[in-house]
Design a protein around this ligand. Structure first.
Ligand code: NAD
Length: 367
């Protein structure tokens, strides 16, 4: 399938297509959506690594509309601990080889894909073909072909697909998004989004390019997504991009830091950075008559909103992931649009691919 700019623009956008439609008006941010049905959605976490163990499983304990019902793991030694901690019955435990049998389990409604990025499409496709809704971690996949395969399989099986963009569910980020074009700020002039942390030597899949390791896939995706949700525009090109390796002895295969510049038809200037070598974390939008920001822009907690009028919003209590999973569960219960559909994940992966191409060639890459 040819992946054209026209096709991108004709599909959902963050504000117009329903992705964050409930967040464009600050009054709506606080509005509580009630489920039509009282059923709680059963979630199976696929991949019991650090994000599932430390963030998603604890966050599921605080959700109202979904619960941890099952696990999918290739490591049998993890099973007893998860079963005893979360009361998961034997029949709700799967491995990567018998995952398709989840089709026969009506206690599980969603498979949440939390394995290395290069494996997202493989397991998202098996899960969708088993008739389960798919929640897929960021970045959606390694390339746009894999993203489209996930989208097509979910559509074919009439299941919902949500990408794990937790910031779209975070109220201070939603406030920033709702400012677009509003008084007193006016039109956006420029956006800068930096997402990075100082990590050590990448290990395991994070050191492996074909599994989705490296700064741009891991962290740069937040910067790309942040620029898009702040502007609600799709760039026309990657004007420039560059990899910066400060510790060549630690980064043989994957990028340590990648900087990039996106070009917009409207004239907005956007710069971004993804890094696993630098502690940077912020999104700032400069407008005709002021500015606004979230700092940090993508940490698990502590995200604060601030603007040039002096208005500030403190970090929210609780976990972003609980908000995310409740919103995604409600979309299933009420059969409404999800906030981060597959097409949005695919758009970001398309931009990331172009950033790599621009960094490799030193040239502008048209999107
Ligand atoms: P991790 O390395 O801690 O865990 C990965 C899991 O996948 C492990 O349980 C591992 O056993 C399993 N796995 C299955 N097949 C594998 C294979 N062939 N090679 C390696 N591992 C394999 O990683 P993580 O931090 O939990 O990240 C998992 C996914 O979640 C990634 O896509 C990552 O980008 C995403 N993530 C998202 C956030 C967020 O804030 N949304 C945060 C962290 C990670």
């Amino acid at each position: 399938m040819k992946f054209t700019r026209r096709k991108f623009l004709s599909t959902t956008s963050f504000v117009a297509g329903g992705a964050i439609i409930g967040c464009t008006n600050p009054k709506q941010v606080a509005k509580k959506i009630e489920p039509v049905s009282k059923k709680s959605i059963g979630i199976a976490l696929l991949g019991l690594g650090s994000y599932s163990e430390n963030l998603l499983a604890p966050a599921l304990q605080a959700t109202q509309h979904c619960h941890l019902a099952g696990i999918v793991t290739g490591t049998p030694t993890k099973i007893p601990k998860w079963q005893s901690k979360y009361g998961i019955s034997d029949k709700n435990v799967y491995n990567y080889d018998n995952l398709h049998e989840i089709a026969n389990n009506d206690e599980i409604d969603v498979v949440y894909i939390v394995v290395p990025t290069g494996l997202h499409s493989k397991y998202a496709i098996i899960s969708a073909n088993a008739g389960k809704h798919v929640w897929c971690e960021k970045p959606m996949a390694l390339n746009t072909i894999q993203c489209q395969e996930i989208i097509d399989t979910c559509e074919k099986n009439k299941v919902k697909l949500s990408i794990g963009y937790r910031m779209l569910h975070e109220p201070n980020t939603q406030k920033l998004i709702s400012n677009l074009g509003s008084v007193p700020f006016g039109a956006i002039g420029s956006v800068n989004a930096d997402a990075g942390y100082r990590g050590g030597q990448p290990r395991g899949w994070r050191a492996n390019k074909s599994l989705g390791g490296g700064a741009m896939y891991d962290m740069g995706v937040y910067a790309v997504n942040g620029i898009r949700y702040a502007t609600n525009q799709y760039p026309i090109s990657v004007l420039s991009a560059k990899h910066i390796i400060d510790r060549p002895e630690l980064f043989e295969e994957v990028d340590e830091t990648t900087i990039f510049e996106l070009e917009f038809e409207s004239g907005i200037k956007a710069t971004g950075l993804g890094s696993v070598g630098k502690n940077v974390n912020g999104l700032k939008v400069e407008c005709e008559k002021g500015w606004y920001s979230t700092t940090p822009m993508q940490s698990y907690n502590g995200v604060q909103y601030e603007d040039s009028t002096g208005f500030k919003m403190d970090a929210i209590p609780g976990m972003q992931q609980s908000l995310q999973m409740d919103n995604d569960a409600l979309a299933i219960l009420n059969n409404t649009a999800v906030m981060a559909p597959g097409i949005e994940g695919k758009k970001d992966v398309h931009i990331i691919e172009a950033i790599f191409k621009s960094a490799a060639t030193g040239k502008r890459v048209v999107l």
